[in-house]
Design a protein around this ligand. Structure first.
Ligand SMILES: *[C@@H]1O[C@H](CO)[C@@H](O)[C@H](O)[C@H]1NC(C)=O
Ligand SMILES: *[C@@H]1O[C@H](CO)[C@@H](O)[C@H](O)[C@H]1NC(C)=O
Ligand SMILES: *[C@@H]1O[C@H](CO)[C@@H](O)[C@H](O)[C@H]1NC(C)=O
Ligand SMILES: *[C@@H]1O[C@H](CO)[C@@H](O)[C@H](O)[C@H]1NC(C)=O
Length: 453
């Protein structure tokens, strides 16, 4: 759909909406002329190439470009007024054909003229000259949604700019040049459901008290310069579904209070400076977890036996976390829905558990740069399905059997040596007809049966 046809399409849909609505109101209110003029000016400052006034000469609320949304307000004296409540700029897709921003897009101060604004959205608008973060406090408590996505020239600090936006439900600033600390006052905006502040230039400690943000479902502070400890108050946000604090400089222990997040499905604390004593055991108390990423922090210790409680897990990232000891067979046994596992760049030793060879849903397995040894448990079919996503380099004592070798599968298997007899299973001692290795598997299997509810 071309821009003009999408604009026309949205104009038609606005008209239909108004025709339906006009059965309810006696005389149809029109947009106040000052508000209309402000809308033209703001449109012109994000896109100076479209002749907005000529394309939309009439009442903007009867026929508006996509991205400009009006609503009716019943006033005390029963009069009905119409105001602009949403302004969205930046072409997203044919389904969301907002006015595209030109390279010289700026924020016109007349943006502050819309006192009833609920939603403000800019996508890929500020990419050239620096544009300052607007002062959202002028909207009082009308704003419900602030989204600035991929605006690398949006610059300044957020402190003091959110004011009393007590109705705010979504705060999305991602891919901008916004810096400074997160305002402590954010903790008072009790209706927040989403805080996404990824890929900006924020820094400093996260000093806010999360306790009051009971509606928060999504917290993403990834790829900034945050430091210090994560406030324990994060554990009070029982509605949280997703927490992403990755790629910052958070330090200290991983807060124990996270275990109270019983609905949490996604936890990414990767690539920070957390120094824990091992992988937190409380993960076992978070039954809904689908993904947990702790890579690039110093955890140390052995991989704990917590996987029976985490059977639904689909992604595990424990790369470069200083892990020692063996890979527990229970991971392969219980994690039947596992799609990604990264255990690379640790000090893991022993063999790759037999159970890893039957992980059917796995798409990517990275075991590179450990001290693993012995025969790989993968069938040629499994290895062929995984291809390059089966990563095993940097474990000089790993080997493949004849079957895997002759299958000539591309990827890292090709560089592994052929198992010589001393490492193969045929080397196992026989005890009363079954090998020690088989016996230990049998014991382990019985152990799991015993553990099952
Ligand atoms: C980002 O902000 C800094 C000041 O905080 C400024 O020096 C720099 O030019 C800005 N970058 C862009 C791309 O606007
Ligand atoms: C903030 O907004 C609320 C709700 O509209 C209002 O009750 C309160 O007085 C406002 N506070 C300030 C400091 O403006
Ligand atoms: C956070 O706020 C709650 C109440 O809203 C309070 O009980 C708690 O002590 C505060 N925590 C901190 C660390 O200030
Ligand atoms: C594994 O995935 C299947 C299919 O998506 C799902 O039905 C099942 O509940 C999942 N298992 C667990 C333990 O979450």
């Amino acid at each position: 759909m071309s821009l003009s046809s999408s604009l026309l399409f949205s104009a038609i849909s606005v008209t239909i909406f108004l025709v339906l609505f006009s059965y309810r109101v006696d005389s149809q209110p029109v947009l106040d002329s000052d508000e209309q003029e402000s809308a033209y000016r703001v449109l012109e400052s994000v896109n100076s190439e479209v002749p907005w006034r000529a394309l939309f000469p009439g009442d903007l609320c009867s026929s508006a470009p996509h991205g400009v949304v009006c609503e009716f307000f019943e006033e005390q004296n029963d009069a009905v007024e119409v105001h602009i409540t949403e302004l969205s700029f930046g072409f997203v897709s044919d389904y969301s054909p907002n006015p595209p921003c030109t390279a010289d897009s700026t924020i016109n101060p007349l943006l502050y003229a819309f006192k009833h604004l609920r939603k403000i959205f800019f996508y890929k608008c500020f990419t050239g000259a620096q544009v300052s973060v607007p002062d959202f406090s002028v909207y009082g408590s009308s704003l419900e949604e602030i989204s600035f996505v991929e605006n690398p020239s949006l610059t300044g600090v957020l402190g003091g700019k959110l004011g009393n936006s007590t109705s705010l439900r979504r705060l999305v600033l991602t891919g901008t040049n916004v810096s400074g600390e997160i305002p402590v006052g954010l903790g008072d905006l009790v209706n927040l459901e989403q805080i996404t502040l990824s890929r900006n230039k924020f820094s400093g400690e996260v000093a806010l008290n999360f306790s009051k943000l009971k509606q928060l479902k999504l917290l993403d502070l990834s790829e900034n310069g945050f430091e210090g400890e994560v406030p324990e108050s994060i554990g009070g946000l029982t509605e949280l579904l997703k927490v992403d604090l990755s790629e910052n400089q958070f330090s200290g222990k991983i807060p124990e209070s996270l275990k109270n997040l019983k609905n949490l499905e996604f936890l990414d604390l990767g690539y920070n400076h957390f120094a824990n004593f091992g992988i937190p055991l409380f993960l076992a108390e978070m039954p809904r977890l689908r993904e947990v990423h702790l890579s690039g922090n110093f955890l140390g210790g052995q991989i704990p036996e917590i996987w029976k409680s985490l059977r639904g897990i689909q992604g595990i990232g424990l790369s470069g976390t200083g892990l020692v000891g063996n890979i527990p067979a229970s991971m392969g046994f219980f994690l039947r829905n596992l799609s990604f596992i990264g255990l690379d760049n640790n000090l893991l030793e022993g063999t790759v558990p037999e159970e890893f060879g039957s992980l059917e849903s796995v798409n990517e397995m990275n075991l590179e740069n450990n001290k693993l040894r012995g025969k790989l448990p993968f069938s040629p079919k499994f290895a062929a399905k995984m291809g390059e996503k089966l990563k095993l380099q940097g474990n000089p004592e790993l080997c493949v059997d004849e079957g895997l070798r002759s299958a000539k599968i591309r990827g890292s298997l090709g560089n592994l040596k052929l198992c010589r007899h001393p490492y193969g299973p045929s080397q196992s001692l026989f005890v009363g007809g079954i090998s020690v290795q088989k016996a230990s598997h049998l014991l382990m299997f019985l152990g799991f049966l015993f553990l099952l509810p």
